[in-house]
Write a protein of this length. Structure first.
Length: 109
């Protein structure tokens, strides 16, 4: 989805790992292919999404929002902070790749 903070528009999706995940954005799939996003503890209840940034690796937990800035930098955001900070303004493209990957991870639990 597209979100706004002040005058800046960002892209974001909520990473739930489950069937309740609403969006699987193409930019996240591309980031996985580049190694910018990866999984830690895949196939376990403690799975986390790792986000490689110029400042180091950040970890997202189930339910966190993944924010992508206009320059491509990504970072996790806790749900309460997301709701206070960003205004939802539109949908994103979806792809089935992350949905399939999410199903594989969920089945391994």
């Amino acid at each position: 989805m597209k979100v706004r903070h002040g005058k800046v528009v960002f892209q974001a999706f909520r990473w739930t790992v489950g069937s309740d995940q609403e969006e699987d954005p193409l930019w996240a799939v591309e980031a996985m292919n580049r190694g910018q996003l990866s999984f830690e503890n895949s196939g376990t209840p403690k799975v986390r999404l790792q986000i490689r940034t110029p400042m180091g690796t950040l970890n997202a937990e189930r339910g966190d929002w993944i924010i992508r800035e206009p320059d491509g930098t990504m970072y996790p955001c806790k749900p309460a902070a997301f709701e206070r900070t960003y205004k939802r303004i539109g949908p994103l493209e979806q792809t089935s790749f992350l949905a399939k990957l999410r199903n594989i991870i969920t089945r391994r639990k």
